[in-house]
Design a protein. Sequence first.
Length: 476
Amino acid sequence: MVHAARHLWSGRGRAGACLQGKPPRSPRLDAARLPRAARDHIAQPFARGRLAGADCARGGCDLRREHDALYCLGEHRERDLVPLGGRHLDTAHELDDPAPSARAPGRTGVTTAVIALSLALAIAISSVARSFRESERSWFILTGDLVVSAVATEGGWLETPLSADFGEALRSIPGVARLETYRVLPGQEYRGARITTVAVSPGFVDTDLFRRQVVGGDPEDAVRAITGREGVVVSDNLADRFGLAPGETISLPTPSGSETFRVRAVVAADYSGDQGAVILHRDEFARLWHDTEVSHFNLFLRPDAGIEETRSRIVRELGRSHLIKVLTVPETLAYHQGMVDRAFAFTYAIQLLVVVVTLAGIFDLLTTQILERRQELGILRAVGSDDLRIARSIRLEALVIGVAGAVLGCLLGVGTSLLWVHVHFRILIGYVLEHHYALVTAAWCLVLAAGVAMLAGQLAARRALRLPALDALRYE
């Protein structure tokens, strides 16, 4: 053994030169001239499963472990193989593949799973926020040119109602052809829950869009309910919560006594209240609830009236006595979506935190995982493998792990967001949302994960190859 070690470290051949950190004198290692004891000494780490194989370009040294057989390639790549420990074995090309990941599926799987779960959380949160925003957009079926409401709000989002006399003052403004009204009354008691009563005048909503929102019953019956005082329409979350269906009745306590209404249809995506809503004709509501106040006035202008001119006149003549805002229909939608964005503002901070922590985790996990293979990399360098090929293998392994984790995270994000939108929100909060996947967030997560993985692989390769081969062989 002493003779073998002296022969191994004496610098004879490519292996000795590599181990001493010197440039090799020959591109090949003549395995036949290497003593048996030296070959066995080199083979020990391989026999313990530390190395799956090394393929040296243009006829260097080719070592591979399979069924405890190790061979060293001399003059030719696929013949004249000298066994280090057993039977004949063909050459391997494992440095061109991410073999280290395949040889350590447990370690690689944990790293990939951590990346996937972290990114899935960020994508799911972003998808929920986008689903709420887009669902609210489809809920707005307003008509008219201008929407007038109070600046003050009740409960954080609902505008304080204005008196019916204010509506008469709006009618007197030059350029106003007609106006429609919308009243939201929260806190209506129904079977132990606090639902919302919505009263609309016949022309307040776009009837064509309203028909498309009907998910139960005849759309024409739904239109007649809000335009002709023929029953009521209920939201899908109210129908789902209490098992209501078109044709059934619903009894509501009113200031005039308990009143029973026929349910004509069920509509989707009504966000007037999280417990559900009952929608009925404005006149019927005023008669039974003795309430003539209005949450929104929708103004229809004459063809010759300018929107900005009319808006300025309303603010100038009525703004002194009432704190009001006068918005166009698109501005009204933007106003309410801004409120949704503010409500979900904390989720953006969570998304940013999750992404930053995940990217830092990717960098740390990949760097640590690759550096744990120092001894294996040292052996590859000792037997003559090119540093460029080793570095390419490390970068490829890091990229595969990073991209695989990101792709799995995107897929898990789909399932998680579907669960939150269609199950958790429906049960815990009461809203029925349309699912909208956060494609932009998913794309950014994929790009960032791949970029960080490449950076981690590059730095890990530089650190691993900077370590002398002899020190790498001693690493445990």
